[in-house]
Design a protein around this ligand. Structure first.
Ligand code: MTE
Ligand code: MO
Length: 518
């Protein structure tokens, strides 16, 4: 048997053992993280560091390429990178243990450093857990190596004896299974724990409550977005790799910066202030014409002006910055908090405790501003500063500093490229101009005249409305366009503009076919 082949086989065994060790170690870290709130996920923590050091152009590219899946892609990328490194470390550790030991110590140290940078991490829990996970990985590596080592027996030809190959395959398979299982158990426990805590809470009865929508507020047409979007179907946009898990008993909201006195409020203190219910439409600046990154909900919270008045805003503080527990920030002009629109520190959404995905325990809701400049979720600080002194998270990344929501309209019915039956049909959709109001929606079929659609009664000046237009269109292919005019008399602009830097413009259109039912 050639010496080279023995060498190659040993390297291969050691390499796959290294990869397996890393896989099991990664699963173990997630599992430990599931055991305690004080142990943040190592994978997510490293992901957060990667996001921090990612240049803006690459981050924008990742969001454009992967959309809301960007976090999943990042997590998988981290896992894949670690596995590949584990493979090479194992391969380099046939004669000396040094590379693999240095590697696992390095992994452990990187994990611990990233985990401790997260909110709520406790060194006393993180260090033993992650050291243990690295140790387990190292043990798996050496165990697989020993188990798959060539046995003493006569070797007849230059091939690797097949029993070792089979053992290696079995060991790698077992390591992969254990890794995937522990990883999933950990993730699931993280999710359910946070949710259980939230569900044990109740919203107090608001001092000012809003009426429920009736038939005049919602046409109830099939295929059209409901006027109040449920929490489960409300769009979600944020940079958080995993939804921050916030313990409401430890959480506080600090109002600081250019204020007369710094104020720190507990969750219970906020709940004991007079709460109001307000309907408001939240929209994402990244929303393309016709897209669905927008929703309307009933928010329960404390007027932002009440919270600011507790601290006393000092002269010259013309920017309000919201900061999240995960460090994300958004800023908007101070005057907006006092101009009469219903800006809230919200603790409830559609009469439920604010869902974790939407910012539990508290978030900002500022009608008329895109989310990226205003709607800070998992709010931990409100800082009063000047307009020039600070830029929120997305501003240096190429988005406009001011972000008023542009007047827009969307066709929900029929869907693009769908077929409708011959006969009367109700075309319908939604239109929005939060904090201004929609005055008129018009539709145009093919090159026909612009015709006025019927509108629902708005739930508030900050809520979107539905529009409907009944017509009988001749058989064949057609195009429908829509445009809205807001209460200032301004009609949305026809010229298509991409979302970046301050929101998309243009008319939504759908193509549809009218045909006899077959
Ligand atoms: N902490 C935090 N808050 C955030 C964001 C974020 O990335 N982190 N994204 C903002 C953006 S861009 C939008 S459009 C809204 C979306 O709110 P939703 O996920 O509840 O729909 O949240 C805003 N608040
Ligand atoms: Mo957004």
């Amino acid at each position: 048997m050639g010496k080279d082949n023995v060498e190659t086989a040993a390297r291969r065994r050691s390499a796959w053992a290294g990869l397996s060790g890393v896989a099991v170690a990664l699963g173990a870290t997630e599992f430990f993280s599931g055991l305690s709130v004080s142990i943040p996920s190592a994978i997510s923590s490293i992901g957060a560091v990667v996001v921090d050091i990612t240049p803006p152009w690459l981050e924008s590219f990742a969001i454009a390429a992967f959309g809301t899946a960007d976090k999943a892609v990042l997590g998988l990328g981290i896992i894949a990178t670690a596995l590949i490194i584990g493979w090479f470390l194992g391969r380099a550790s046939v004669r000396t243990l040094l590379p693999i030991i240095v590697g696992f110590v390095g992994f452990g140290a990187l994990g611990i450093a990233s985990q401790l940078a997260e909110v709520g991490a406790a060194a006393g829990a993180v260090v033993p857990a992650t050291v243990a996970a690295s140790g387990i990985g190292l043990l798996v590596w050496s165990g697989i190596r020993a188990w798959t080592a060539p046995r003493e027996r006569p070797v007849t030809d230059n091939d690797v004896p097949s029993i070792e190959r089979r053992r290696l395959l079995l060991a790698v398979g077992a390591a992969a299974t254990v890794s995937v299982m522990t990883l999933n158990v950990g993730r699931a426990r993280i999710r359910t724990r946070a949710e259980a805590e939230r569900l044990s809470l109740d919203l107090p009865t608001p001092a000012v409550s809003a009426a429920d929508p009736t038939a005049e507020h919602d046409f109830g047409l099939r295929g059209v977005a409901p006027i109040v979007v449920s929490n489960a179907t409300f769009y979600r946009i944020d940079t958080a790799l995993v939804v921050p898990r916030v313990d409401p008993q430890e959480w506080t909201l600090t109002i600081k910066g250019m204020v007369d006195r710094e104020v720190v409020l507990s969750y219970d203190e906020i709940l004991s202030m007079p709460l109001v219910e307000r309907y408001a439409t939240l929209a994402c600046v990244s929303n393309e014409v016709g897209d669905r990154l927008i929703g309307n909900a009933l928010w329960t919270g404390v007027p932002l002006s009440d919270i600011l008045n507790l601290a006393g805003v000092r002269e010259g503080a013309d920017q309000i910055v919201g900061r999240s527990v995960d460090g994300w920030t958004a800023g908007f002009p101070t005057e907006i908090a006092f101009d009469g629109r219903d800006s809230l520190v919200a603790v409830g959404m559609n009469r439920e405790v604010l869902p974790a995905d939407h910012g539990f325990p508290a978030r900002l809701v500022v009608p008329g501003l895109y989310g990226y400049v205003s709607a800070t979720k998992w709010l931990s600080e409100i800082e009063l500063t000047t307009w020039d002194a600070f830029d929120g998270y997305w501003i240096p990344r190429g988005w406009s500093k001011e972000g008023p929501i542009k007047t827009q309209s969307r066709i929900d019915r029929p869907k693009n490229r769908s077929k409708i039956d011959v006969g009367p049909y109700t075309f319908a959709g939604v239109a929005w101009a939060p904090n201004v109001g929609i005055e008129k929606v018009e539709v145009q079929i093919d090159d026909g005249p612009w015709e006025i659609a019927e509108l629902t009664v708005p739930l508030s000046v900050n809520s979107w409305v539905q529009w409907g237009f009944e017509a009988e269109v001749a058989e064949g292919s057609h195009t429908l366009r829509v445009r809205a005019t807001d209460a200032t008399g301004a009609t949305q602009s026809e010229r298509p503009v991409p979302p970046r830097p301050d929101g998309a413009e243009g008319y939504h259109r759908v193509h549809f076919k009218v045909a006899l039912t077959t």
